[in-house]
Design a protein around this ligand. Structure first.
Ligand SMILES: O=CC(=O)O
Length: 335
């Protein structure tokens, strides 16, 4: 009997053994396409007609484009599962996938990226709050601390950390920043149990904006959260607030952030994500008070290995048992 087919969209960099073991239960196929137009044509050509599940990475978007309605409608009906290697799945329209007949069920990686993403947020909070970037830049230019010396930074101890989007990463960050003496408040659509919020205080959105000394964005990107932080929201924040974003660039209006930085209303920021990656707003590049990291939140051997293994586990479950281990929340009830 022939094995079910798995479509590989993107490279396996670390979990080679798990990937090899997958070929005991599935035949791996790879696309010939090098861009979206070719990929859609390949889907329609019948070449993927026996594909049951696909493994996908973030960079594979350069071949397929966004998994939107148009692409989902071009996929063959045999293709029932899409295992995404990442926590955030804004490159995949989960609603369009659910609406297809039969649904194309999507999985992500649930908690594996929490530590490394929260660690990146800790780095950005400390870097932005302590104003470390100008002196680091000056040192590399042979100017020691720089002339004049940079403005003094601030200690985290006793400051209020506002977390917008208290999920696994927000909770992990809250616990880590307890050690630095920060008091955490959070806003979600719904209040969580004390235990899930790790003791952080629940506040309204406006109260979060008004009380935070450091505001950390930890919410997923979707049509409701796009530009959730813009001019009106900056106006409600304290003068001298520090903004940190390890979620997705488009949850914040970058133009509005640059204006708020230029006026001094926002003192500094730490960003791992940008609105139009890999493009970075000129107003952020020229401002030494911005600590900028090129989307490295999970860029660690251990985390990346576990992410690949987990995603391969989803593919394996799909082809052997006809279900996913960790479907995205919107698809839990569909399988
Ligand atoms: O950005 C990284 C992820 O969503 O896993």
């Amino acid at each position: 009997m022939s094995k079910p087919k798995v479509l590989q969209l993107g490279e396996i960099v670390l979990a080679h053994q798990a990937w090899e073991r997958l070929s005991e239960v599935a035949e791996i196929v790879t696309p010939k396409a090098t861009n979206r137009e070719e990929f859609i044509a390949e889907c329609k050509s019948g070449r993927f007609d026996d594909v049951v599940a696909a493994y996908r990475t973030f960079p594979s978007v350069s071949i397929t484009g966004i998994f939107d309605e148009e692409l989902v409608q071009a996929t063959p009906k045999s293709w029932r599962f899409l295992a995404h290697n990442g926590a955030g799945y804004d490159q995949v329209d989960a609603h369009a996938c659910a609406a297809r007949d039969p649904p194309l069920l999507v999985s992500n990686i649930p908690s594996i990226a929490d530590d490394s993403t929260a660690d990146t947020a800790v780095f950005l909070i400390l870097g932005a709050l302590r104003n470390l970037n100008p002196s680091m830049q000056a040192l590399r230019e042979g100017k020691w601390k720089g002339e004049p010396a940079p403005a003094l930074g601030h200690d985290p101890q006793g400051k209020t950390l506002g977390i917008l989007g208290m999920g696994g990463i927000g909770r992990n960050l809250k616990i880590k920043m307890d050690v630095f003496g920060m008091k955490a408040i959070y806003h979600n659509r719904k209040k969580m149990s004390e235990e899930d919020a790790a003791g952080a205080e629940y506040v309204s959105f406006d109260e979060l904006l008004a009380r935070s000394d450091v505001l950390s964005l930890n919410l997923p990107l979707n049509p409701k959260t796009r530009h959730i932080i813009s001019t009106a929201e900056f106006a409600k924040m304290k003068k001298g607030v520090v903004i940190v974003n390890t979620a997705r660039g488009p949850v914040m209006d970058e133009d509005a952030l640059v204006k708020a930085l230029d006026s001094g209303h926002v003192a500094s920021c730490g960003l791992d994500v940008f609105e139009e990656e890999p493009k970075v707003h000129e107003g952020l590049i020229r401002n030494p008070r911005c600590v900028l990291v090129p989307h490295m939140g999970t860029w660690c051997v251990e985390t990346q290995t576990r992410m690949e293994e987990w995603t391969i586990g989803n593919v394996r479950e799909a082809v052997t048992k006809g279900k996913l281990v960790s479907p995205v929340p919107e698809h839990v009830k569909l399988q």
